[in-house]
Write a protein that binds this ligand. Structure first.
Ligand SMILES: [Zn+2]
Ligand SMILES: [Zn+2]
Length: 275
């Protein structure tokens, strides 16, 4: 097995792209058993250095999710899980399911200058940040949660969050985030390539640090409507999902073009396990 190294140019991986429109989604979502969600987004509870980013409150985020038609959301605040307990009752009362989640800053002895991020889904109990990456993944699994490598080749906010191939291949992740709306194409393709090699579940999310970016990348789960986040998590665990997203937005210049991006793309290669 040849590991793909971040310093190499990525191979020309052509990610199959299937064009679909919002209209298509709107028409068929009520006739088939699917739930549409967002699994990478932040509120103003994200700590501590992210707080300056004019983030939405948990209630604002929930209201926005409902207004754009999402069925469920995993709020993945940085190193805090308080949004779930703060807003879950309100969300459920208004028809939105929340999955208790968090984006955890971890340590990696092989990369002493880095602080990679691990997305944890289905973790109602507190998990401390800045623990070794393998220990963090074990703590996620103890709760029955899913551990996903977040933007593993990303350098969008800070190069310090870079994870790289070695840590992906040598840790017990349940999945890899291969599409992150903020990352550039190179970073996403690198993640995709290593996910194929590892035969990993492939995830995608908006990584919304602004309420306007919520739902840019959506997860479509093959499951009848439910109010039970555990059911949604189990469907995701076994790969009953696909990712619908807009073009890569990575970089500040392209971020400005967000509002003019009208076409959705479905990365059919993200569906379930890699072939
Ligand atoms: Zn992150
Ligand atoms: Zn994030």
């Amino acid at each position: 097995m040849t590991a793909f190294r971040p310093e190499q140019s990525p191979p020309d991986v052509s990610i199959p792209i299937f064009i679909c429109s919002r209209v298509y989604t709107r028409i068929f979502r009520d006739t088939i058993s699917i739930m549409i969600g967002e699994i990478h987004c932040h509120t103003n509870l994200s700590l501590p250095h992210w707080a300056h980013r004019n983030l939405a409150t948990p209630k604002e985020l929930v209201d926005r999710a409902i207004s754009i038609g999402l069925d469920f959301v995993a709020i993945t605040d940085h190193d805090t899980q308080t949004a779930f307990s703060e807003i879950n009752v309100y969300a459920l009362q208004n028809g939105l399911v929340l999955i208790p989640s968090v984006e955890i800053t971890v340590k990696a002895s092989r990369l002493p200058n880095k602080r990679p991020h691990v997305l944890a889904y289905g973790v109602p109990e507190k998990i401390h940040s800045r623990l070794p990456i393998d220990e963090t993944i074990d703590l996620i699994h103890v709760q029955g949660g899913l551990a996903v490598a977040a933007h593993p080749y990303g350098v969008k906010f800070s190069k310090v969050t870079f994870m790289g191939t070695d840590l992906i291949m040598n840790n017990n992740f349940d999945g890899i985030e291969v599409f992150n709306s903020y990352e550039d194409e190179l970073a996403n393709r690198r993640a995709y390539t290593v996910a194929v090699e590892k035969k990993s579940l492939m995830f995608g999310g908006s990584d919304a640090h602004s309420i306007d970016h919520l739902g840019l990348t959506k997860i479509i789960v093959d499951i009848p409507k439910t109010k039970n986040w555990q059911d949604i998590l189990e469907a995701i665990r076994v790969g009953k999902f696909s990712i619908s997203t807009k073009q890569s937005l990575g970089g500040s210049k392209t971020r400005k073009r967000l509002s003019s991006t009208s076409m959705s793309i479905l990365l059919s290669s993200l569906k379930g396990k890699a072939a």
